[in-house]
Design a protein around this ligand. Structure first.
Ligand code: MG
Length: 260
């Protein structure tokens, strides 16, 4: 533990469930700041912009800064903005994704030519959008996905996630999307570089084995699974993907760090 200098925290299932703060989250982030750990927040979710996440966390008493937050929407926008400034993008997604793309200088298009088709979670996804994406991809647009999550948790159970929409377009186009969100190393590399974190000094904390923990495992970053989200101890036992440490909640992780 002596080497740990930075913490990458997942949001949903770690600091809150939808809009409900998870006990221990605020205290844990305070502890990290007091002891001068590097902090970053990493979410596959694309509904909100980084500024809106700062606001959401702030309402829960958790202090965060936009530059500490990386979503899969911002990762895609930053990458495209830097490698293909001003590119035309056909977007299937919601406001958070569209705003981040615009903020990074990309030009969303509805007709005409597109250089990229960017696909994320879209609760108004339909056959017309799917057909349009297919047309653009056939015409040579590069196919980018925000995140591979098959589902998205809500108060009323699961909804289909971005991964399901991406898979539909992969099926009709016969092309694989380049997907940025966890567990893709693309998003971790962007984060480490942006925050100046070194892998061997960094810990990733999350509630999902297939995204957070898989990312840590594939990139050689120490991973901590918290049981406050979608994963139970039984899930861990039968999973191929194993976290380096399992804790009940962030109170427990804070005690581990404090050496109590
Ligand atoms: Mg989560």
């Amino acid at each position: 533990m002596g080497n740990w200098k930075n913490f990458i925290l997942d949001l949903d299932g770690v600091l809150y469930l939808l809009n409900q703060p998870i006990p221990g989250g605020r205290e844990f982030v305070d502890f990290l700041r007091t002891h001068r750990y590097g902090v970053a927040f990493l979410s596959n979710n694309t509904f909100l912009t980084r500024e809106e996440y700062v606001e959401k966390l702030g309402k829960m008493g958790i202090k965060a800064f936009p530059e500490e937050i990386l979503t899969s929407a911002f990762a895609v926008a930053k990458y495209l903005g830097e490698t293909r400034p001003g590119a035309r993008v056909y977007v299937i997604g919601e406001d958070g994704l569209k705003k981040e793309l615009k903020n990074c200088g990309l030009r969303p298009v509805l007709r005409g030519k597109a250089d990229f088709v960017v696909v994320g979670m879209d609760r108004k996804f339909n056959f017309r959008k799917m057909s349009q994406a297919l047309r653009y991809i056939q015409d040579g647009a590069e196919f980018i996905g925000t995140n591979p999550d098959p589902t998205y948790p809500t108060d009323n159970g699961l909804l289909p996630g971005a991964g399901a929409i991406i898979a539909g377009i992969e099926t009709c186009s016969g092309k694989k999307a380049r997907v940025f969100g966890k567990p893709s190393p693309l998003i971790l590399d962007l984060l480490l570089e942006a925050r100046g974190f070194r892998k061997e000094e960094t810990v990733i904390v999350g509630d999902r084995l297939d995204t957070d923990i898989a990312l840590g495992a594939c990139c050689g970053v120490f991973s901590v699974l918290v049981l406050t989200g979608v994963t139970s101890r039984q899930d861990v036992e039968i999973s191929q993907v194993k976290p380096d440490l399992v804790v009940e909640n962030l109170f427990e992780l804070r005690r581990v760090l404090a050496g109590e």
